[in-house]
Design a protein around this ligand. Structure first.
Ligand SMILES: Nc1nc2c(c(=O)[nH]1)N[C@H]1C(S)=C(S)[C@@H](COP(=O)(O)O)O[C@H]1N2
Ligand SMILES: [Mo]
Length: 203
């Protein structure tokens, strides 16, 4: 499904994403990244398969590959997320299999992270931004989307974060967590995020 959608990513964007992946794999092989160096490098994904690309990223734990319909694909650490964007704090409650949970999160707005990466919306289509989804992919292959208009301050204005702390504890090792502050159920609070892809879902 993701691969089907992201196949529409332009070759240039994909090339940039592949470059980011190559950088991630290279980093994982550098001294000091010993835990990763012991793990065989993931097979190089086909250039057309962004899903495989996203799944190859856990070579760098705690890092998030931002890709898809953006001008500036980038590999972000939790520290980057905590320092490069305005930080927000929110206390939320969601239903889970273990009962209701309440947590306090801090981190940047997913919307701000995407805006900084310059979404490449079409200018020849009315309100093209309304046709996009943000696919948030986790280390365990768990995944959810939020729609772009849902998090756009001019529409849904939902303050979804890429949280870098949970209840005061750093998520630097675990990786960031998506928040979904208007959701009742916890399903979209994606933990251990490794990739975020802006995809054009429009027909
Ligand atoms: N990566 C990942 N994130 C996930 C899940 C998962 O299986 N994998 N489960 C979701 C579901 S269904 C719920 S209810 C909450 C549970 O939150 P908890 O893991 O903090 O208890 O996490 C959500 N985030
Ligand atoms: Mo759940």
């Amino acid at each position: 499904m993701l691969s089907q959608i992201v196949r529409r990513v332009s070759p240039l964007r994909l090339a940039a994403a592949v470059f980011a992946l190559a950088a991630a794999v290279t980093l994982s092989l550098l001294p000091g990244w010993g835990a990763q160096a012991a793990t065989p490098a993931p097979a190089a994904p086909a250039a057309s398969d962004a899903a495989a690309l996203a799944k190859a990223v856990p070579a760098a734990p705690g890092r998030v590959l931002l890709l898809g319909r953006i001008a500036h694909p980038v590999l972000l650490s939790v520290n980057d997320l905590a320092t490069r964007y305005p930080q927000h704090t929110q206390t939320v409650t969601f239903q889970s299999g273990a009962g209701p949970q309440t947590h306090t999160y801090t981190g940047p707005l997913l919307y701000d992270v995407l805006q900084a990466a310059k979404p490449s919306f079409r200018t020849d289509v009315k309100n093209d931004a309304l046709r996009y989804a943000v696919v948030v992919h986790a280390a365990d292959n768990y995944e959810s989307v939020v729609s772009f208009p849902e998090i756009d301050p001019g529409y849904g204005n939902v303050a979804s974060l890429l949280a870098v702390t949970e209840d005061g504890k750093s998520l630097a090792t675990a990786g960031p967590r998506l928040t979904a502050p208007t959701d009742t159920k916890g399903g979209r609070y994606v933990s251990n995020v490794v990739a975020v892809a802006l995809v054009r879902a429009g027909l």
